[in-house]
Design a protein around this ligand. Structure first.
Ligand code: SAM
Length: 260
């Protein structure tokens, strides 16, 4: 589960980007969690039926408690085939594919997107927002206090997503940019249990080209790709703890795919 420091303005703006590209009708969100995106869809598309799919019964129970009249929660694994072909006008994956990658591997990200392609009607749209892995260049990370530095060294030892290499240099550490943003996305885990969970989960899993290649191999045409950056307020909170450049390396992808 992604527990990056709370974003303020950007979540709303990112949801608006999704709403702008939805084809109303029958809409499914794969990996809906407790229903934040479902609430926006429900309010924005009063004529639509909205299916929220998640593997967590606990989270779906919260969706049920929201009492959204046209939202149907379904307990299912999104890498499996649970729906009839051509069922949906729009499908969304918002912050769910990095979890599929972390728990089930790359091939199941592909299977989830294949499942999505299959259940879309011709002309239907698939919307993806998730972490965007930056290119492989190095960056300097400077921790502003001992506590953050200890967290970073623990991240280097314990992160299981890939081997992290950090070279000590004057004023900080030299790291792969992808590892730097991965650390920033999880260093504020508030409990030991959260930290353990984060060490098993990879947030920044696909580059823009990897997202596009997988989508095109499945048969989607890519209509739009954008990198979404965090707000200045978010960065000013992070900057109290550490210095990292370039900040533009910390992005989410916004992908609009079409089934022709
Ligand atoms: C970070 S949450 C995002 C929730 C929601 N989309 C949002 O943006 O608020 C990711 C969700 O994906 C779900 N998920 C992860 N892997 C899944 C899988 N294989 N099948 C179904 N749901 C999955 C998790 O249970 C979790 O609720």
């Amino acid at each position: 589960m992604n527990k990056e420091p709370a974003g303020r303005g950007e979540r709303h703006a990112w949801l608006r980007l999704l709403v702008e590209r939805v084809n109303p009708g029958v809409i499914a969100e794969f990996g809906c969690g407790t229903g934040a995106v479902l609430e926006t869809l429900h309010a924005s598309f009063p004529q639509s039926t909205i299916i929220g799919v998640d593997k967590s019964e606990e989270r779906l129970r919260e969706v049920v408690h929201k009492r959204l009249a046209r939202v149907i929660p379904i307990l299912s694994d999104i890498s499996q085939r649970s729906f009839m072909p051509g069922s949906f006008d729009t499908i969304l994956f918002v912050g769910s594919l990095h979890e599929v990658f972390s728990c089930l591997g790359k091939e199941n990200v592909e299977r989830s997107l294949e499942m999505g392609y299959r259940v879309l009607r011709s002309g239907g749209v698939a919307l993806i927002q998730d972490f965007l892995k930056p290119g492989g260049k190095k960056a300097q990370l400077t921790c502003r206090n001992k506590g953050v530095e200890e967290r970073f060294l623990r991240f280097v030892r314990e992160f299981r997503g890939r081997k992290v290499k950090a070279e000590r240099m004057e004023g900080g550490f030299l790291v792969d940019i992808a590892d730097g943003v991965e650390f920033i996305s999880k260093y504020r885990s508030s409990t030991e249990e959260d930290w353990e969970e984060e060490m098993a989960e990879t947030h920044f899993f696909f580059t823009q080209d990897e997202y596009k290649d997988v989508a095109e191999q499945i048969g989607f045409s890519v209509e739009e790709t954008r990198g979404l950056t965090k707000s200045p307020e978010w960065w000013s909170e992070v900057s109290r703890d550490l210095v990292f450049e370039p900040k533009s390396a910390y992005r989410w992808v916004h992908l609009v795919l079409r089934k022709s």
